[in-house]
Write a protein that binds this ligand. Structure first.
Ligand SMILES: [Zn+2]
Length: 236
């Protein structure tokens, strides 16, 4: 390193402090031995991921296309890659959440029924909350490990552990209360199904309301709830 005496002193001081941070004795490293760049790299890797790492976490917006009676997520593979999760795991989750059947087709996912981009994006966000983000530091650098029969989300950034189903259980009890048979709710009819019934959504529920048109705001009395599907009657 061809540096002036003063900057050389600073480099040595930095190197020593990095060594200290990394748990090495300062005596181990002499001026000739250390490679400043490599040391800096290693020190950076040892440091907790910074906000920068969080900002880099971008889940691609699902590229959703309706094909006949099916929906295709064209960039499904990219989404799974960004989340660092098995495509089949994400696939299983989405099919369960959407209450439909589907399959992978190369890097695409195809499933039965017509679902809009917003609904798909919402389910992916739930997946990210449940299976990807650390609940302590909110970073996405996590992995899922199996401990006995329980799935544990382990954060590579802060080391926090949590079972992956905790959030879901909390959420589904909240949602179970969102729609109850016999109660009346204000709903927006977002879509119209094959048989002409209006379709509203609330949380994970899909509510069929006969005699309503897309884009109308209606009061609906819930007649029947079956899993995440409900049937309602228009009151207004
Ligand atoms: Zn964490």
């Amino acid at each position: 390193m061809a540096a002036s005496p003063s900057s050389e002193r600073i480099s040595v001081a930095l190197a020593n402090s990095f060594n200290y941070a990394m748990g090495y004795g300062t005596a181990m490293v002499s001026e000739q031995q250390f490679d400043y760049e490599a040391l800096l790299d290693r020190a950076k890797k040892k440091l907790p991921h910074t906000l920068e790492a969080h900002d880099r976490f971008q889940v691609p917006e699902p590229d959703v296309m309706i094909e006949g009676k099916s929906t295709v997520i064209r960039n499904f593979g990219d989404i799974a890659d960004a989340l660092r999760r098995e495509p089949n795991h994400l696939l299983g989750y989405l099919l369960r959440e959407l209450g439909t059947a589907g399959t992978l087709d190369g890097r695409r996912m195809i499933f039965k029924g017509k679902v809009g981009t917003a609904q798909v994006a919402e389910r992916i966000k739930s997946y990210v909350d449940e299976y990807v983000l650390c609940s302590e530091c909110n970073r996405p650098d996590t992995k899922i490990v199996k401990d006995d029969r329980i799935l544990i989300l382990v954060c590579e950034t802060c080391g926090a552990h949590r079972p992956v189903h905790v959030k879901k259980q909390v959420k589904s009890t909240e949602e179970a209360k969102e729609i109850e048979s016999g109660k009346v709710y204000d709903m927006m009819i977002e879509d119209v199904g094959k048989k002409g019934d209006g379709i509203a959504r609330k949380g994970n529920f899909i509510i069929y309301v006969p005699g309503t048109a897309k884009g109308t705001q209606v009061k609906v009395r819930i007649e029947k709830v079956s899993g995440t599907v409900a049937f309602g009657v228009r009151m207004s």
